[in-house]
Design a protein around this ligand. Structure first.
Ligand SMILES: NC(=O)C1=CN([C@@H]2O[C@H](COP(=O)(O)OP(=O)(O)OC[C@H]3O[C@@H](n4cnc5c(N)ncnc54)[C@H](O)[C@@H]3O)[C@@H](O)[C@H]2O)C=CC1
Ligand SMILES: O=C(O)C(=O)COP(=O)(O)O
Length: 749
């Protein structure tokens, strides 16, 4: 073996199976993969010995050239290890080297997975930690790869690792590898019940209903109690869901309205570990205030690669000729294929997957056109793709590849009519969603020869059942089929798991997820800046609605934001949502959040209009004051009337980060909003404060704040008193009976 240049070696040893070593080393032409070494089972003990000696030799060399040695031992079953050497850091480009290390970690992981499968084990390798170990070390070489550099910040120990002797280093980077025997539903059930017993009651609970990569589970386990329970029927899911704050699904779990209703408000977030959210009832989620997040980017490449795999396999009859050979035949004439080069491919849906497929198809020499009503012409031009109308795409395509989401508009968009507009003998690939095709129509088109071949990864009914159109398609001689494998690569599933786990963990911690599907996305810095104001907004809503009397109902609310900021610099969605929450929650059993605030307000016929009032000068704060006016209602506290007799107005401000009530009707007050509030109007005369204070004292009520606002000396004054405790009805009555008090209300926050 050559040790005088950079070398990456990774391998897997099985005590009862083969041993495979992969080596890559740097040569003048760049990085080169050397032939893998296979060591037969009988030689395995020897291989183990050799490898261990190899590791020992590395340790003894104490060479700073060794980037890292990652060794994983699984008792009595198998061992996997990854060794990376870097003898000459000046050779080659550090970004390229960095990428190569990461590729090696990924290759190593797939090797480990496949070997583990041979040994009948399910193996979880913490790829993220490995990548971090590698990326952390690479940072020293001032790697400028943005993506990987950003991951470095997650890793705390790798730089220390390098300074330690290799011997201890080797142990300090031992990976978390766990083995479990392939889990039947019963096994998972038992595991989950065990985990239920050791739940931390202070943490949120997360139900993972389909297989999720271990990196994602690790993230979730740090912040929540995680139960992995697979293959639940919809009834079983409904029966369990009220125990969970979050649910993580892939495409098989149907998160229906029944599921949301059965959660009885407990479910706060649904994480879709993938792109398509057609299996989640978004309308029900929004109505019931449940956030839905997805993982929109991590499986793009996998889905595009699968699209290309199906395209080429279909054109060259790979699947049927393989079956034919397996049945002992040799049918060269039967499986003559068609060429791709110079053919026209119509990519329907030019989003992330579609544009990746287009890029790859151009590499195969195809002429690519695309139809997507929302795609940017510039982006298409940059890839060399012509954007065309739907009919034009159908008329010109030799191959059609589907990449649009399933929505009410795209459902069965490929039907008898559309197939009639296609060139006879067109070939169709679908890695989007089965239901964008009318499957009965496709069967007819295949039988008539309009569609020569179809390659399908997705079906209207998954898995297809005997008797349905999906099943008939799978059986058709001109169809090749895969069981929804588009996103199913080791790499994509690890990526998706990390992406969704971070989004769900963030949402559970109260962050607004960047990948929210049914809520406005508000940047983190905006949320941080507005936090005290959203608290104020909710409290103002809560107080104002308690002043309404009569049964007319609250229908019209006007909110005025006084701010020196331009319209574009003040995002009021959070504030409006919290005002709705404050207005609606005290008078109903609804639970309101950013997801459903506008929806619930609309359902209840509550119209919130927003106005801006310029504030003087450049105060630097986003808002000087917020006022909430309920219009067209009677008030139980006449002094809170605004400019119109049938309206109630309260205004608030944030002072030193704390929400304050600053105006009641036209009276200025100043009371911190951190407890309950007594508001009363009195004749402006001496001695009143003492009387009110002693009545509250008799009831053990502590006054936290007090403020008197009057229009003119000697005229009526409004007093606002903040109280830590609830105040009994009897005490309120005693206060009302004081002769100088003209009206009084007690408001709970
Ligand atoms: N088979 C599998 O395992 C996988 C399937 N998918 C499917 O692929 C779909 C696309 O994924 P991405 O590219 O990541 O989503 P994306 O949102 O980036 O792209 C979808 C594109 O479709 C376009 N579109 C919407 N309506 C259209 C219409 N009527 N006609 C033509 N184009 C239309 C949109 O403008 C958008 O550009 C997903 O919705 C999902 O259903 C995605 C990943 C894996
Ligand atoms: O991400 C998508 O839209 C997919 O279709 C992938 O589905 P899966 O997560 O593999 O069930």
């Amino acid at each position: 073996m050559i040790f005088d240049s950079r070398l990456i070696l990774y391998g897997l040893l099985l005590s009862n199976g083969a041993c495979q070593l992969h080596i890559k080393n740097y040569c003048p032409l760049g990085w080169e993969r050397r032939p893998s070494l296979f060591i037969s089972p009988v030689q395995c003990p020897l291989a183990l010995l050799v490898s261990l000696q190899f590791l020992e030799a590395l340790e003894e060399s104490q060479s700073e050239a060794i980037v890292s040695v990652i060794e994983v031992g699984v008792p009595a079953c198998c061992g996997v290890f990854l060794v990376m050497l870097d003898k000459n850091e000046t050779q080659g480009d550090s970004t390229e080297l960095h990428e190569l290390y990461c590729d090696s970690v990924k290759d190593f992981t797939s090797a480990a997975y496949s070997m583990a499968t041979i040994a009948g084990l399910t193996m979880a390798v913490n790829v993220k930690e490995m990548l971090q170990s590698v990326t952390g070390l690479r940072q020293q070489a001032q790697c400028n790869n943005q993506l990987l550099a950003s991951r470095v910040s997650l890793h705390k120990n790798s730089l220390e690792t390098r300074r330690q002797p290799v011997c201890s280093r080797r142990h300090s980077v031992v990976m978390n590898v766990t083995t479990t025997h392939s889990s039947s539903p019963a096994v998972t059930q038992t595991l989950s019940e065990q985990s239920n017993q050791s739940r931390n009651p202070d943490l949120a609970t997360v139900l993972v209903s389909e297989k999720l990569g271990d990196g994602g589970l690790d993230i979730l386990r740090k912040v929540s109690n995680v139960d992995c329970i697979y293959n639940l029927t919809n009834e079983e899911l409904c029966a369990k869901i009220s125990d969970y704050d979050a649910l993580i699904v892939r495409s098989a779990t149907k998160v229906t309205r029944k599921v949301f209703e059965a959660s009885k408000g407990k479910l706060k977030v649904v994480g879709r570990a993938g792109v398509g959210i057609d299996n989640v009832d978004l309308e029900a989620a929004t109505e019931l205030g449940c956030l839905v997040v997805n993982a929109p980017t991590a499986n793009t490449v996998a889905a595009a690669e699968h699209g290309i795999a199906l395209l080429t396999a279909m054109a060259r009859n790979v699947a049927p000729s393989d079956s034919s050979m397996k049945s002992g035949k040799w049918e060269r004439n039967k499986y003559v294929g068609v060429s791709l080069v110079d053919k026209t491919l119509a990519v329907m849906g030019f989003g992330k997957v579609g544009s990746e497929v287009a890029r790859k198809a151009k590499g195969l020499g195809m002429h690519v056109i695309s139809h997507d009503p929302y795609a940017s012409a510039d982006r298409a031009r940059a890839i060399g793709v012509e954007l065309v109308s739907f009919d034009d795409a159908l008329a010109r395509a030799d191959f059609i590849s589907l990449h649009m989401p399933l929505t009410p508009t795209t459902k069965k968009v490929f039907n008898d009519d559309t197939f009639r507009k296609c060139k006879k003998g067109v070939r169709l690939v679908n890695v989007a969603r089965g239901a964008v095709i009318d499957e009965e129509a496709l069967l007819r088109a295949l039988d008539s020869g309009i569609v020569a071949q179809a390659a399908l990864d997705v079906f209207a009914v998954e898995p297809p059942k005997g008797g349905d159109s999906s099943f008939a398609l799978v059986q058709h001689k001109n169809v090749i089929a895969t069981p929804h494998l588009g996103a199913s690569t080791v790499e994509a599933q690890e990526g998706v798991a990390l992406e969704i786990a971070e989004a769900v963990a963030g949402a559970l911690a109260g962050d607004l997820a960047a990948t929210a599907v049914n809520a406005p996305m508000v940047p983190a810095e905006v949320i941080a800046e507005l936090t005290p104001y959203v608290v104020l907004a909710e409290k103002l809503g809560r107080l104002t609605v308690q002043l309404v009397s009569g049964s007319a109902g609250v229908k019209q609310v006007k909110v005025v934001y006084k701010s020196s900021r331009d319209d574009g610099d003040l995002d009021t969605r959070l504030l409006r949502a919290r005002i709705s929450k404050g207005l609606i929650e005290p008078v109903s059993d609804a639970i309101i959040n950013l997801v459903n605030a506008d929806y619930v307000a609309k359902q209840r016929g509550l119209k919130i209009s927003e106005e801006r009032e310029p504030a003087d000068g450049e105060s630097g704060v986003p808002l000087e004051s917020v006022s909430v006016t309920i219009q067209d209602v009677e008030s139980k506290f006449a002094s809170a009337r605004g400019d119109h007799s049938r309206s109630i107005t309260l205004e608030g401000k944030v002072k030193d980060g704390v929400p304050h009530l600053s105006k009641v009707g036209n009276f200025s007050v100043d009371v911190s909003l951190d407890g309950n509030v007594i508001l009363y109007r009195q004749v402006d005369q001496p001695g009143m404060i003492g009387k009110v204070g002693s009545i509250l004292g008799e009831d053990n009520v502590n006054i936290s704040f007090m403020s008197v606002g009057r229009t003119l000396r000697g005229q009526a004054a409004i007093v606002a008193i903040g109280t830590d405790e609830d105040v009994s009805d009897a005490t309120i009555q005693k206060l009302k009976e004081l002769p100088a008090i003209e009206e009084l209300v007690f408001l709970r926050l």
